[in-house]
Design a protein around this ligand. Structure first.
Ligand code: TF8
Length: 337
């Protein structure tokens, strides 16, 4: 009896010591995670998805299998967001600009000429301001995990070089489905045409639109140089991507699984920013080589553009965004100092 009791005690003790290890091993179920994105597999977005797939596999002993779906094959950004909310798809990465129908506050990042460089952007997105906005997605059925870099946006078109803002007059310019972009480019005198990214190449090829605006990495990876002659380095907006999970799905995961996802997402963010920044340094030369005619905008011209977008900024502030914009500018100023 005594012996039995001590054996029980000993095994009980052993079980107690081993429990955390055993539980964590048991708390990862084999899962298939569908991860959709809009750019090509060979783009910066595609490379970072591949990195995330590998991290998830490594960190879960092969149990959390992520499958990437490139080229909007699961749908446009907006369609995928809805699939995540409904629980029909697990993960995606896309532009924060396409989230404004779900959380209006994201529009603050679409305002032009806020960030001077990538370091300011990183600090704000990874800091309390970026995290606060991401948290607002929770009550809408989404989990915002990390921000990746899309990059500073530049203009391309097939009509003429844009040296001054007047050159945009009458140009049918595709913009993201987002009121700030529509106001901004109509304010510059272009005809803003909101379209999903997945429709963009064909729209340029068929002449439905004359131009678009995106970072140089995307102009390269989506082969826009095949249908666009002129590139204007305007850096009018710094554009982030956000990695999202379906809240419905995420809530059903174990704490261990969620931890792996959070860590793999953070690793993917660091990889993606470094990779995108390196790639963007090569892009201008590549695009020139492909026959694009490239110009930069003078400081004077950029100053005029800042003046011209004031009505769009004021409209954003008047629509209830004033506090948010002040808060964001305060955060940027903290980094600038
Ligand atoms: C755009 C964005 C795209 C994203 C991407 C498809 O112009 O810049 O990069 O939406 O996720 O639509």
């Amino acid at each position: 009896m005594k012996l039995l009791r001590s054996v029980l005690l000993a095994t009980g003790l052993a079980a107690a010591i081993l429990a955390p290890v055993a539980a964590s091993a048991q708390d990862i179920k084999p899962r298939l995670i569908r991860f959709g994105y809009g750019l090509s597999e060979s783009s910066n977005q595609g490379r970072a998805v591949k990195f995330f797939v590998e991290e998830m596999s490594k960190r879960s002993g092969g149990k959390l299998k992520v499958k990437g779906f490139a080229d909007a094959s699961l749908g446009s950004d907006i369609q995928m967001q809805n699939a995540l909310i409904g629980g029909a798809q697990e993960m995606m990465v896309g532009s924060t600009a396409t989230l404004v129908g779900i959380v209006k506050d994201f529009a603050v990042f679409d305002l032009p000429f806020l960030f001077n460089n990538e370091q300011e952007a990183d600090a704000v997105f990874d800091g309390p301001f970026g995290q606060k906005l991401a948290a607002k997605l929770n009550e809408k059925g989404l989990v915002g995990l990390v921000y990746w870099e899309n990059g500073f946006r530049n203009l391309t078109n097939s009509k003429r070089p844009v040296e001054k803002v007047e050159d945009l007059k009458g140009i049918k310019l595709r913009v993201m489905q987002n009121p700030v972009y529509i106001d901004m480019f109509n304010g510059f005198g272009a005809n803003a045409v909101p379209l999903s990214f997945s429709e963009l190449f064909t729209a340029m090829e068929t002449g439905t639109v004359d131009g678009q605006e995106n970072p140089v990495t995307t102009i390269q990876s989506s082969k826009f140089y095949e249908v666009q002659k002129y590139l204007t380095i305007s850096k009018h907006v710094y554009s982030p991507w956000i990695v999202l999970a379906s809240k419905r799905w995420y809530d059903g995961l174990s704490a261990d699984e969620r931890k792996i996802i959070a860590e793999a997402a953070a690793a993917s963010r660091d990889f993606e920013r470094k990779d995108s920044r390196e790639a963007s340094k090569q892009s201008i030369a590549y695009l020139k080589d492909k026959g694009m005619q490239i110009n930069e905008l003078s400081d004077a011209e950029l100053g005029r553009m800042r003046e011209m977008v004031k009505p769009a900024m004021d409209k954003f502030a008047a629509d209830g965004g004033a506090d948010l914009l002040n808060e964001l500018q305060g955060e940027i100023n903290k980094v600038r100092k």
